[in-house]
Every structure is written in C-alpha cells, then in structure tokens.
Design a protein around this ligand. Structure first.
Ligand code: CA
Length: 239
C-alpha cells in the first residue's frame, strides 16, 4: 500500500507557518499545520508522518516535550526542530533530544526546505536498504504463520495480516530464530537498532500489538511466548 507522504508542521506563528508550509508542499503530498503544542502533540503522536517540523516555543507542550513523546514510540521518526535563539539551540543540543536536524530563527525558508529534503532522502535510502535486505530471503513457515521477507507479507492460516513496519521486523526477527530466547534489550538493539534509547516497555507494547494480530488467544500466547524473567521466544508451534 502506498501511503500519502505527509509533513506535520507545529508552529504557533501563523505567518511563519504558512510560509514554511508553502515551501514544504513541494516535498510531500500534504502539509498539516498545528498552531499550538496541544494540537501538535496529539497529531504528532497519533498520525503517520514523513517528517515532523517542530518549533521549540509553543503554547502548551513545547517542541522538546513533543519530540520526547514521539521518540518513546517512534525512534526513527524524522524530526526537524526550529528554535528562536542560538542559545536555545545549545541548550536543546545538550539535552540530546534526538531531533535529526535543527534550524535557528530567523532562517531562510529555502534552507529549511533543503534540510527537510535531505532528511527525507536519507530516510528513503534507509527504507530502500531495509527492503533490499529482504530480497531473496526464503519465506518462514511456522505453523499457522507464514512470513515472506521479500514481500514483507504475513499470513495467518492463509489470511493476510496487516502489520506495521516495526511489528513485521520484530516478528521476522523472532521467527528467524525459533526457540531462541531474546531479552528485551537484545530486541531493542537488533530490531530497533543502534542508537535507540532503550525503553524496554516499547518492546512489550509492540509484542502485545503483534499478539493481538496473530495469536488465537492473545492472553494465552502460543506463537510468541513470554519466558518469565528473561524475555520472549518464537514458538510457532500452536498447541
Ligand atoms: Ca513559537
């Protein structure tokens, strides 16, 4: 499925927001503007965005809070942060928020568009590389579940299952090593990748969502089994 490429711009100064949105429009299918931190937080944490452009100072939650909230669940979400002073820039760089890039106001909108384009291109290259990794890999057939890495498709008893990219990666990783027990920290390293901040509850919540989609009874999982005190393993042997 080809998703529309949307950019979320969270900026309370309406003149700037409109000017920036105009220049970002060339890079995507739609630019959505949020004019305050509450709306920005709601949209940033629930929508599917190719890029978030976050102003630092906002009414309501500020750009840093939004950035942190997004990063908890989406370590790879591309984020470009706008600040009003270089002194602020020093401060947020020190906080290691994990934004992909920063611009200090006043900035040239052409510069902003160039930075945004660079971030989007880098993400596309990473996604293409991830897709190529699956090419030629054999399908994994594990009881009721079949995983096709080259097509990134999962079927359950022959029925197609819709998984997010991360859920797919997690399932494929576990299923590639049936019976092996993975600690949550291992899964963060191996599935989320280098640089992830390491919230183990992120793994739990993804496992739960995955179970809801593939287990006959998610409260008594038989495919992705909890190994108490250690982590998870893929059984694939429905009892
Ligand atoms: Ca502002």
């Amino acid at each position: 499925m080809l998703r529309a490429r949307r950019i979320l711009l969270v900026e309370d100064e309406r003149d700037i927001a409109e000017l920036v949105a105009l220049h970002l429009a060339d890079l995507c299918d739609e630019v959505v503007i949020a004019n305050d931190g509450h709306e920005g937080m709601r949209l940033a944490t629930t929508g599917d965005w190719a890029l978030l452009v976050l102003d630092l100072r906002l009414p309501g939650p500020d750009g840093l809070e939004i950035c942190r909230a997004v990063r908890r669940d989406r370590p790879y979400q591309p984020i470009l942060m706008l600040t009003s002073k270089s002194s602020e820039l020093d401060r947020i760089l020190g906080l290691e928020t994990g934004a992909d890039d920063y611009l200090t106001k006043p900035f040239s909108v052409l510069e902003l568009a160039a930075r945004a384009r660079a971030i989007l291109r880098r993400v596309e290259q990473l996604q293409a590389a991830a897709r190529d990794n699956g090419v030629g890999k054999p399908a994994i057939d594990a009881g009721p579940v079949t995983i096709d890495p080259s097509r990134r498709e999962v079927t359950l008893n022959g029925e197609s299952v819709e998984l997010t990219a991360r859920e797919f990666d997690l399932l494929e990783h576990l299923a590639s090593h049936p019976g092996r027990v993975f600690r949550r920290a291992d899964l963060l390293d191996q599935v989320w990748g280098y640089g992830h901040e390491g919230y183990e509850h992120t793994v739990n919540s993804h496992i739960n969502r995955l179970r809801a989609k593939i287990e006959a009874d998610p409260s008594h999982p038989e495919i992705i089994v909890t190994v108490w005190g250690v982590g998870y393993k893929f059984s694939g042997q429905a009892a």
